[in-house]
Every structure is written in C-alpha cells, then in structure tokens.
Design a protein around this ligand. Structure first.
Ligand code: SF4
Length: 104
C-alpha cells in the first residue's frame, strides 16, 4: 500500500474519538501531510483494518464508521482496490466467480 493520505479532519476526528489504534498507523510526513498505514516507520502491505468474513470470500472494514476520507470515495478502480487490499475486493471476486459460472 503506497501513500494513502489522511486528511487533517481525519486526524482531528480520530484524536477526538481517542482512536489510538488508528493513530498508531499514521505517519506525519511534514507540511500538514499524513500517510496511512505506516507503523514505526514501516509501511503495511495492506490496510490493517480490513478483515476477512469468516467462511465467506468477502472482507469488511472494521473502522467503516470512521474510515479515512480517502476511503469514502469508493468505488475506486479495481487496481486501486487490489492495491489497498480493501473490503470490496472480496465482493468483486464473488461477482467475478458468479459471472464466470453463469457463462458456463
Ligand atoms: S475502507 Fe478499506 S482501506 Fe479504508 S480503512 Fe476500511 S478496510 Fe482499510
């Protein structure tokens, strides 16, 4: 995952909500810019808040109600969603699988 930004309002909201579990994955890079999912200087390979649904080929966002502004613009491109390791990918895989089965 590369350079997913957090907005200043994201940072303010998470501080107000005392979401240290999210803030620990925010990297302040200077000049009012923040990047997400970096912890102790190490960038996560995928969003730390995406979880697989048990027994299903789908995923969900565990911080949906307070997700970053950058995540509120979905749908992004499929390539971006794959790169983010995001919740919607599971749904795409399910739809693709259903479509390919329907064509048989
Ligand atoms: S919407 Fe996706 S990338 Fe954004 S916080 Fe939730 S799981 Fe992570």
């Amino acid at each position: 995952m590369r350079n997913l930004p957090a907005s200043k309002s994201d940072i303010r909201r998470w501080r107000k909500e005392e979401r240290d579990d999210i803030l620990e994955y925010v990297d302040f890079v200077g000049q009012g810019e923040y990047y997400l999912w970096v912890k102790d200087g190490v960038e996560s390979s995928r969003c730390p808040f995406v979880r697989k649904d048990r027994g299903k080929p789908t995923y969900h966002c565990t911080i949906h109600d307070t997700r970053p502004e950058a995540c509120r613009g979905y749908p992004l491109t499929a390539g971006q969603m794959v790169k983010l390791g995001c919740e919607i990918i599971g749904e795409i895989e399910t739809v693709s699988l259903s479509l390919s089965r329907a064509k048989r």
